[in-house]
Design a binder for this molecule. Structure first.
Ligand code: SAM
Length: 220
């Protein structure tokens, strides 16, 4: 009798574990699963080889989490470089059904990013533009619900000003290398401006290279 109860408990426990593992691994067999495997493999192969001012893995993971947690779909990245952060952002957007516009001024970095996006299997989620973000960003119609700013630091405040009219309520503007204590004079100026607007709220991602996340309050 005892052994039957034991087997029943074991069976229920196995079902439980199976249920959790399938829940926490959204990629089953099929296209989504293949994409996950391809992106993971790409990131694994490239680990430690990102040397063009790219974000560290922990910041890439943080970007991924923010997008998936908030179900953001309309993303903009300012400063593609060779595409490390773009890959994390686009991977997250493959989960939410979204798309990324990313802007880079340097031709060779832009071309390397295009090759990386292809290799990772993420081209369908990315519109990579070559040009000066000072001109491109104000000309984009939007709307955006997630912006990752990682280009010329002395222009962060201007980028925020250009993007704010196109940032959806509940949307966020993440600024790389901006920590709670500011970041040189530019980070301080950027934070002062962001904090001066009552409809915005700024928090910080700890660890990595420092990142502020300024969100437009819901309904504002
Ligand atoms: C810190 S890197 C971006 C790293 C990238 N986000 C990543 O993690 O893979 C900054 C990039 O911004 C680009 N950049 C600087 N000023 C720019 C501008 N005005 N317009 C577009 N890109 C610019 C630089 O060429 C550089 O590749």
């Amino acid at each position: 009798m005892r052994s039957i109860a034991g087997i029943a408990i074991l069976f229920v426990a196995l079902l439980h574990v199976w249920g959790w593992s399938t829940l926490s691994l959204p990629q089953g067999p099929g296209p989504a699963g293949s994409l996950d495997a391809r992106v993971r493999q790409f990131l694994e192969n490239r680990r430690g080889t990102w040397h063009s001012l790219n974000v560290p893995t922990s910041d890439g993971q943080a970007l991924y989490n923010i997008i998936v947690d908030h179900k953001y779909t309309k993303a903009l990245e300012i400063g593609t470089s060779t595409g490390h952060s773009g890959i994390w952002i686009a991977w997250a957007l493959s989960k939410t059904g979204g798309r990324l516009i990313t802007v880079e001024i340097d031709r060779s970095r832009h071309e390397q990013a295009l090759a990386n996006f292809r290799e990772a299997g993420l081209t369908d989620y990315i519109d990579a533009r070559l040009g000066d973000a000072h001109e491109i960003v104000p000309s984009l119609p939007g709307p955006f619900d997630f912006v990752f700013c990682d280009a010329d630091k002395d222009w962060y405040t201007n980028y925020l000003k250009a993007v704010l009219p196109k940032l959806s309520a509940g949307g966020c503007f993440a600024a790389h290398n901006v920590s709670e204590r500011g970041w040189g004079g530019y980070g301080r100026e950027f934070l002062e401006y962001a904090r001066s607007l009552s409809y915005l709220e700024t928090t910080f991602v700890r660890g990595g290279s420092g990142m502020s996340v300024t969100c437009r309050k819901a309904g504002r």
